[in-house]
Design a protein around this ligand. Structure first.
Ligand code: FPP
Length: 276
């Protein structure tokens, strides 16, 4: 984590939150479902595109703070496979905004040592979008700081489908035995290969669903829902989510250590049951 003053100025609410965060227990990967751009715009009687524009400001601020916290990975859900069902005008606008964002932010990515990594069925995107993405990947390939994954034309079920297809293809070619397919193999054949699973998933706008995002990878993630609409999300809301995350006890299916007293109680209860 960089020096506190670089993340939040002294005396601000953000700094008070930062002071409550334990730098040794930061999430290694934060995933975000950015939701509520449309509602934000509607509340201001603005066209939906203005909501997405304001959403880009939130993307910029959130990535910057994540980088300053030195969190290794952030994944943003920018366009789902279901989003193609939106009016054509809106799809085109989102793609245009993405290209604009890539062009404008590339220098900042490099200066801040951020590695850009798009995931999803990228080959189905329009050529001009793919070109912009490829430029981003290429320009940041030497960066060693936070990995910024942008999920585009992404859905968790499709990602798993593609992994299964690859397994079948390899098996048919005689290059894969059933016994080789285990959890690490599967993880290595998803878009997120090589990165830790998200410790924390944030979804904005009050919706409380996973919506086909990182289905395999979210198995043990802590989930934080906030009513804040995505364009209003920023450093303060991110720090609030991390404070909340650090207050939770993560067990990964196990249990915390028992005290001696608890253990005795447990064992005597067992004796009683065994004797009946
Ligand atoms: C959800 O709001 C948001 C999206 C579908 C797109 C998110 C895209 C951006 C923030 C801009 C581009 C992204 C990057 C990374 C440059 P919604 O439209 O579903 O809102 P609503 O549910 O209120 O209608």
């Amino acid at each position: 984590m960089r020096h506190l003053d670089e993340i939040a100025a002294p005396g601000t609410p953000e700094r008070a939150l930062l002071d409550r965060i334990d730098p040794a227990r930061l999430p290694a990967h934060v995933a975000i479902i950015m939701d509520g751009n449309g509602r934000w715009a509607r509340a201001r009687k603005l066209p939906r595109v203005e909501g997405h524009r304001a959403g880009i400001r939130a993307v910029r601020e959130t990535i910057e703070t994540i980088a300053r916290l030195e969190i290794p990975v952030v994944t943003l859900y920018a366009f789902s496979t279901e989003n193609w069902k939106r009016p054509r005008y809106e799809v085109l606008t989102l793609m245009a905004l993405l290209k604009e964002y890539m062009r404008k932010e590339l220098d900042t990515f490099v200066t801040n040592n951020l590695r850009f990594r798009p995931i999803g069925r990228l080959h189905e995107l329009e050529a001009s979008v793919r070109r912009e993405l490829a430029r981003g990947v290429e320009a940041t390939s030497g960066c060693t700081g936070t990995v910024v994954q942008i999920a585009l034309n992404y859905s968790g079920r499709q990602e798993i489908t593609d992994m299964v297809r690859e397994a079948v293809r390899l098996a048919r070619a005689g290059e894969l035995e059933p016994g080789q397919v285990d959890e690490p193999w599967i993880g290595d054949h998803l878009g997120t290969a090589g990165l830790p699973d998200p410790d924390l998933l944030i979804r904005t706008s009050g919706e409380e669903r996973i919506s086909n995002f990182l289905l395999w990878q979210l198995a043990y993630s802590e989930i934080y829902f906030t009513p804040v609409l995505w364009p209003d999300f920023g450093t303060r809301q991110l720090l609030e989510a991390i404070v909340d995350y650090q207050q939770r006890e993560r067990r990964f299916g196990g249990l915390p250590e028992m005290t001696e007293e608890e253990e005795n109680l447990f064992l005597s209860a067992g004796d009683v049951r065994a004797g009946t």
